[in-house]
Design a protein around this ligand. Structure first.
Ligand SMILES: [Fe+2]
Ligand SMILES: [Fe+2]
Length: 275
């Protein structure tokens, strides 16, 4: 029997012409937050693909090979669609494409001799895939936020969130298969997660400030305060993620310990993403 991946690659070609300037909740900060995240995806996801490709010849399991192919297909499609959106944002005065280049600069930390090896590249991907997995599951749960996105952007983000959950364990499984779960490999994965967390949160908030400045909203304290509270306040979107984020540090943790299958089934139905 031929092995099959457990999830499909869906071709997409979104049209972003009608997306309004403030496409999240009609609010500058909320839009800047999602634009900043979007700016990180194209180069981030190409990095993920390259890091997994870099070790795939060491994977002999045919099922995992199929999962890797589907993972690469999904991430390549996400990079393409987010880049298409980012390129169009310039029409609203947001140079999101420049932030894509800044993301590449942040990722170039990997060229430091201590990090410049396949194991560290893959560990960085596993760490960032944990982020995207828990963040996207939370956006699927937080309809109070997802429903404030303009219709086309809801389609883009909900599709992306579904697929991040479908493939959330692929990079993790590849790391475990290729490098094993020795104490040294586990500790290195944890170290890389700590560094990746500092970099991604630092970069994200710098990018938000840059986008707010481009929007002439740097001193809009009402939008800053409201938005930061929505993410970092009690019950905020990031605050809520802390327990799931910390699970990563437990020895023996696997991404599917967070069971998002029912959540996935619900959103695949709602967004017409079955098959
Ligand atoms: Fe993705
Ligand atoms: Fe991903």
């Amino acid at each position: 029997m031929t092995a099959m991946a457990s999830f499909p690659v869906r071709r997409q070609d979104f049209e972003f012409n009608e997306v309004p300037r403030h496409w999240v909740d009609n609010d500058p900060f909320m839009t800047a937050m999602f634009n900043a995240l979007s700016s990180m995806f194209p180069n981030g996801e190409r990095f993920f693909v390259d890091s997994v490709r870099g070790v795939r010849e060491l994977v002999s399991d045919p099922v995992l090979q199929k999962e890797i192919s589907a993972f690469i297909g999904q991430e390549a499609m996400h990079a393409k669609e987010h880049h298409a959106f980012n390129a169009g944002a310039i029409d609203h005065g947001f140079d999101v494409v420049r932030l894509e280049a800044w993301t590449a600069n942040v990722l170039s930390i990997i060229r430091l001799p201590i990090f410049n090896n396949k194991r560290t590249r893959l560990a960085a991907t596993v760490a960032l895939e944990h982020f995207t997995g828990v963040l996207s599951a939370n956006l699927l749960r937080r309809e109070d936020i997802s429903q404030t996105l303009s219709p086309k952007m809801q389609e883009l983000w909900l599709w992306h969130c579904v697929e991040e959950n479908e493939h959330k364990a692929v990079a993790f499984d590849v790391y475990q298969k290729v490098y094993g779960n020795s104490a040294a490999n586990y500790l290195w994965r944890m170290t890389v997660m700590v560094i990746a967390t500092a970099l991604i949160l630092g970069a994200l908030h710098v990018f938000i400030a840059k986008l707010m400045a481009e929007d002439g909203q740097l001193s809009n304290l009402r939008s800053w305060g409201r938005g930061l509270w929505k993410f970092w306040g009690v019950g905020g979107m990031f605050t809520q993620l802390v327990p799931e984020y910390l699970d990563y540090f437990k020895p023996g943790f696997h991404p599917w310990d967070h069971d998002t299958k029912a959540l996935l089934a619900k959103w695949k139905d709602r967004q017409g993403l079955n098959g």
